[in-house]
Design a protein around this ligand. Structure first.
Ligand SMILES: [Mg+2]
Length: 230
């Protein structure tokens, strides 16, 4: 039995890709559907890639069947692998992330995984680009379910298949940067830690049911203590 399963969100929590995702989505959308800047007004923080696409299609009034969506998915992933190499605003790992993941990897009774709205492939490309992919043992992604609330149980089930089980739902901790990360933890009976390195500041995150709110993940000792508490 493990003492904790830690499920990290990616964008705004572990890293920012310098808008590589936005550029790849925009390029794929224009290529396949002939619409420029299709994602300029689509809210993305905490959303799954699948819902982001649905929203963009609706705003552009473009009908898309499953085949067109699958084609978009493939092309977006290809373009993302290209765009991740270019510079962009705030691109990089968030403060303290590398050190924290390294420390957590040395604690035998916990395992780190992912819960992200990103499709699985760009998630792996992003984390590999910043050399932190190897820290994550399992995950649930934007292609597993359109709604984030459904992702925590999927990640926990996958952990279980790898022999990683915890005693209680509250031994699962979600670490994310949006109210939707907090909400998906609550929906699964998990604890949550909100971190203000994305689009929401500490005051906004304190309005949620997060068990703790942090400015960032830079104080490794304090963050580890918090993650292992309860
Ligand atoms: Mg996020």
């Amino acid at each position: 039995m493990f003492s904790k399963i830690l499920l990290f969100d990616i964008d705004g929590t572990l890293l920012l890709s310098g808008r590589a995702g936005y550029r790849a989505l925009t390029r794929a959308f224009e290529e396949l559907f002939g619409v420029e800047r299709g994602f300029d007004h689509v809210p993305v923080a905490g959303m799954t890639d699948d819902l982001i696409l649905t929203d963009a299609l609706a705003r552009a009034d473009v009908p898309a069947d499953d085949e067109a969506r699958a084609h978009f998915h493939r092309r977006y992933c290809e373009l993302f692998a290209d765009e991740i190499h270019f510079p962009g605003p705030r691109k990089g790992l968030m403060p303290g992330v590398s050190r924290l993941l390294d420390r957590l990897s040395q604690i035998d009774q916990i395992r780190c995984g992912l819960v992200t709205g990103n499709f699985a492939k760009p998630a792996r490309i992003k984390l590999a680009h910043f050399e932190v992919w190897h820290f994550f043992h399992f995950g649930a992604y934007g292609d597993d379910a359109p709604v984030r609330d459904e992702l925590v149980p999927i990640a926990v089930e996958r952990a279980g298949r790898d022999g990683v089980r915890v005693e209680a739902a509250a031994d699962v901790v979600v670490i994310g940067d949006t109210p939707l990360d907090v909400q998906c933890a609550a929906a699964a009976g998990a604890r949550s830690i909100a971190v203000a390195t994305g689009n929401y500041d500490e005051a906004a995150l304190r309005q949620t049911d997060a068990h703790a709110v942090l400015a960032d993940l830079s104080d490794t000792d304090a963050v580890v203590e918090l993650l292992l508490a309860g």
